[in-house]
Ligand binder design. Structure first.
Ligand code: NAD
Ligand code: NAG
Ligand code: NAG
Ligand code: NAG
Length: 417
């Protein structure tokens, strides 16, 4: 059974319906008669369900108190691409996980798969809530005993951020503030923050180190930089442990094929290169458009540092393990190697076995020629290095999932393909 809680805040009353801990509270508002009947019926049905499914439905939720030896991690955005992979890894490593996501971009299907893999009590709960809603977030923090927060939830498309900047400042900067305030109010001491190489903008010197000046050139990068600054200022006066991870271009998916990347179809136009590559291989789009062949790079196309999601989530677990009160760690998470778009397209053709049509077009405004990381700091301090550095293999793993999930998480896997 899906452990599904819904938190939403209404003007004068708080409702909480948590199938996991089974509580229903509506203290202030006087319900009408019909409402009471409906409520009683719903509760009876629920009780029967819970009695049938859970032997311990009466005990308090294991998520609501700290347990020695168990680290309870709040994963915001855990229904999304990276967050779901992080939740899978944490669960595998025996962490207790609460996912908060409003499914605006993520997939309930991914959460369901995690629930099926880790059905035990006190392993994983999903709370449907909007991080922009400070009351809802506070309620979640007061009802759950978190030891750490991995804050993935965000909107994350550079192109979209230039068209709709407020959406970015709201859902990145302002929501991070809400999460921080809740952490402060409820004494949660460890934060692992998802940042991005977009905070560096277009530096002149490659590779990018953590000391490279941050001069973001689009609202996405600026919103993330502002969120970083807020975290760093706040951190100065409290004994919080902070890790800021600046990811480069994330690709790949779970090598065991349980999870994948399934963005909303309407976001395709803003999409990333791997998504476009798979869409082209599947024939959903006629081919790949490579924008810009006259950059000052070896083959004229842009150069990026592609980091496999399995490596990326490993860096989060290492960051969590090494996080120390009053300390802040800022790390680039990349392979340290740049690959050109042409190289990527060749790897994609080989990984999918499809001779994808490629169209070469003029440059797209706002793209920078070359971006790749210097990942020595994270190697030296967290003992992390990228393991999945074969582009074609990472794409092959992701393609396997894509091919068997032609409708993302919307349809069950197609057998035998
Ligand atoms: N994918 C990349 O290449 C990349 C690179 C650098 C940084 N990042 C960062 O990694 C994080 C995760 O990115 P992703 O690629 O998994 O994105 P994603 O869109 O797949 O996941 C984001 C999740 O956050 C949820 N969410 C968004 N706003 C919310 C809100 N207000 N309340 C509750 N939930 C909300 C969405 O529903 C979604 O499930 C983001 O912070 C992103 O900026 C991603
Ligand atoms: C998700 O959160 C945003 C605010 O960040 C809100 O505007 C949107 O309606 C929410 N989506 C859903 C499906 O609740
Ligand atoms: C982000 O914030 C805007 C309000 O600025 C809201 O309309 C939108 O739904 C939010 N969420 C997402 C995922 O865009
Ligand atoms: C670093 O990681 C490797 C494996 O990834 C491990 O074998 C080694 O013991 C680690 N070193 C330290 C100092 O923790």
């Amino acid at each position: 059974m899906l452990n599904f809680s819904r938190t939403r805040t209404q003007p004068r009353s708080t409702r909480s319906l948590s199938l996991g801990g089974m509580d229903y509270a509506d203290p202030k508002k006087k319900s009408n008669f019909v409402g009471k009947i409906l409520l009683a019926a719903a509760l009876t049905a629920l009780c029967i369900l819970m009695l049938k499914q859970s032997p311990s439905f009466n005990s308090p939720s294991p998520f609501s108190h700290h347990e020695s030896g168990v680290t309870h991690v709040l994963v915001t955005g855990g229904a999304g691409y990276i967050g779901s992979h992080a939740a899978l890894r944490l669960l595998k490593d025996s962490y207790r996980v609460t996912i908060v996501d409003n499914l605006s971009r993520g997939n309930l299907g991914a959460v369901k798969i995690l629930q099926e893999l880790f059905p035990g009590p006190g392993r994983l709960q999903f709370i449907y809530a909007d991080l922009g809603d400070a009351n809802a977030v506070n309620k979640i923090f007061s009802e759950n005993a978190f030891d750490a927060v991995m804050h993935f939830a965000a909107v994350a498309y550079v192109g979209e951020s230039t068209l709709d900047p407020l959406k970015y400042y709201h859902n990145i900067t302002s929501n991070t503030l809400v999460v921080l305030e809740a952490m402060a109010a409820h004494g949660v001491k460890t934060l692992i923050y998802s940042s991005t190489c977009a905070t560096y903008g277009e530096p002149e010197k490659m590779p990018i180190t953590e000391g490279t000046p941050q001069l973001p050139i689009n609202p996405y990068g600026k919103a993330k930089k502002m969120a970083e600054d807020i975290i760093l200022d706040f951190h100065k006066n409290v004994d919080m442990a902070v890790m800021i991870l600046r990811y480069f271009n994330v690709i790949g998916s779970d090598p065991e094929g349980r999870l994948g990347e399934a963005p909303r179809p309407e976001l395709r136009e803003h999409g990333r290169i791997s998504g476009a590559c798979f869409d082209a291989a599947r024939g959903i789009i006629p081919g790949l458009k490579v924008r810009g062949t006259d950059y000052k790079t070896a083959d004229g196309t842009c150069i990026r540092d592609y980091i496999d999601v399995t490596d990326l989530v490993d860096s989060h677990v290492k960051a969590l393990e090494k996080a120390e009160p009053r300390k802040v760690g800022i790390y680039n998470v990349g392979t340290g190697r740049g690959r050109s778009v042409k190289e990527f397209v060749e790897a994609c053709k080989k990984a999918t076995g499809v001779n994808i049509k490629v169209e070469f077009l003029p440059r797209r405004p706002g793209d920078y020629a070359e971006v790749f990381s210097n990942p020595t700091k994270i190697r030296d301090e967290l003992n992390w290095t990228a393991q999945y550095t074969n582009l074609q293999e990472s794409l092959q793993i992701a393609w396997r999932w894509q091919k068997s999930h032609s409708n993302g998480y919307g349809t069950p896997p197609v057998m035998g393909s």
